[in-house]
Design a protein around this ligand. Structure first.
Ligand SMILES: Nc1ncnc2c1ncn2[C@@H]1O[C@H](COP(=O)(O)OP(=O)(O)O)[C@@H](O)[C@H]1O
Ligand SMILES: O=C(OP(=O)(O)O)[C@H](O)COP(=O)(O)O
Length: 400
């Protein structure tokens, strides 16, 4: 093993633990998901071993609807570990320090959303993050730091990369298992076709990675926001924001050149939706992309014809990697693309990985089970970066 794990730390210490509890938020309500389930194992072990535990985690980004407090996360975590979890609405100020000082063996305290601290977010070198007041203040309160947030390890944020430089640092159980699984997957060689299903809202993350995977992946099947941006590059009048949406235009500005050059160089490898779905009078309606003259509605899923085209590609694949949903599957009307593709994968005996805190929720939501897939990762962006063989900064600092 390349970093220290919970096997290397003595019981009963005061530990600062970074989890990734970033979750879907619907109408202000944080949705339970696989991240709680997986991280609960780490926390349960720490509680059973009499550690005094303070948890750091983030939720959303400033300015977005899902940028909310971690108060609900503390309650959901308590249900998963079947034990009390306290919450303090402070990241590292006097209230947080007061609650931390009161921790006793087996106690768990969740600190407020790390992204409410100004020093957390700007991407800077670990050395810079280690000198922030946030890191310098909290480090004195603990014996050790545990990072369990593999799924956020591609971000050079203070809570992820600052502490390992100034404290004894260990990988939690999720960090350990995700690192091992994803590194092994990145090293796998496949003789047959390799397919990657690309969707979701974080188009910038996936497009960056696609440019590094064109030799490893034979077919990219697109949907979600990335899919619409590719359609826009191919000349269709879709893939831009209407009303007050903020999903397309800024990502288009950042990526249009990359998308256009990918389409030029790899058109044969890239499948785009042939139809899209939208809401019409409360129901799902579909439209062929060739019939769209002007974007007047928000497209919330790929259409049924697209699923019929993507399914045989999946059936003929030796390996399928999924990053991001093909539509807004949380609403059943717009689950056809995501559920259809996941069912096609579950029905074949290909090796498969489904990644992403949001996307992996579709598995149980639409009647499938985790065993029908090779690996279900709670990481999205981190896992696809790992597939390219890239290092994750949050993992690298743990190895120092
Ligand atoms: N056309 C669309 N419009 C709005 N949301 C979409 C669309 N397609 C996919 N999504 C959303 O993408 C989310 C998953 O994307 P993302 O957060 O990038 O992935 P993950 O967290 O799984 O890595 C889902 O919650 C789904 O609702
Ligand atoms: O949910 C996450 O990433 P993912 O959606 O790629 O799985 C991580 O918590 C990172 O969050 P961020 O993409 O807002 O930095």
């Amino acid at each position: 093993m390349t970093f220290q794990t919970l096997d290397d730390i003595e019981d009963g210490q005061r530990v600062l633990v970074r989890l990734d509890l970033n979750s879907p938020v619907e109408d202000g309500d944080v949705q339970d998901n696989r991240r709680f389930d997986r991280h609960a194992e780490t926390i349960r072990e720490l509680v059973d071993r009499d550690f005094e535990v303070a948890v750091m985690a983030h939720q959303g980004r400033p300015g977005r609807d899902d940028f909310v407090s971690l108060e609900q996360h503390a309650d959901i975590l308590a249900d998963h570990i079947d034990s009390d979890v306290e919450f303090v609405a402070d990241t590292f100020g006097p209230d947080a320090i007061h609650e931390i000082a009161g921790l006793e063996a087996g106690d768990v305290l969740v600190l407020e959303n790390t992204r409410m601290c100004d020093e957390e977010l700007p991407e800077e070198d670990p050395e810079v993050k280690a000198q922030t007041e946030f890191v310098q203040t909290l480090k004195g309160e603990f014996d050790a730091y545990v990072n369990d947030a593999y799924s956020a390890a591609h971000r050079s944020h203070a809570s992820l990369v600052g502490f390992p430089l100034v404290m004894d640092a260990y990988a939690g159980r999720v960090m350990e298992t995700e690192y091992e699984a994803n590194t092994a997957i990145a090293e796998k060689e496949f003789e047959g076709n390799v397919t990657m299903v690309v969707g979701g809202t974080k188009a910038t993350d996936v497009i960056d990675v696609m440019t590094h995977l064109d030799e490893k992946v034979d077919d990219f099947l697109l949907g979600g926001i990335a899919g619409e941006l590719f359609l826009r590059a191919a000349g269709y009048p879709v893939g831009y924001d209407i009303d007050d949406a903020d999903l397309y235009d800024h990502q288009w500005e950042k990526n249009s050149e990359k998308i256009e050059s990918m389409l030029d160089a790899h058109r044969d490898q890239i499948s785009l939706a042939v139809d899209l779905a939208y809401e019409d009078d409360g129901s799902r309606a579909e439209q062929s992309v060739d019939d769209i003259d002007e974007k007047t509605v928000s497209y919330l899923d790929v259409g049924s014809e697209t699923v019929m085209e993507y399914s045989p590609v999946i059936r003929d694949s030796e390996a399928v990697f999924v990053k991001g949903a093909l539509g807004m599957f949380e609403d059943e009307r717009f689950s056809v693309g995501t559920a259809g593709v996941l069912e096609a994968i579950a029905d074949t005996d290909c090796f498969s990985v489904v990644g992403g805190g949001d996307t992996s929720r579709a598995i149980e939501m639409y009647g499938m089970s985790e065993d029908e897939f090779g690996h279900v990762s709670i990481a999205g962006g981190a896992y696809i970066r790992a597939l390219t063989g890239a290092e994750l900064v949050g993992v690298e600092v743990l190895k120092r």
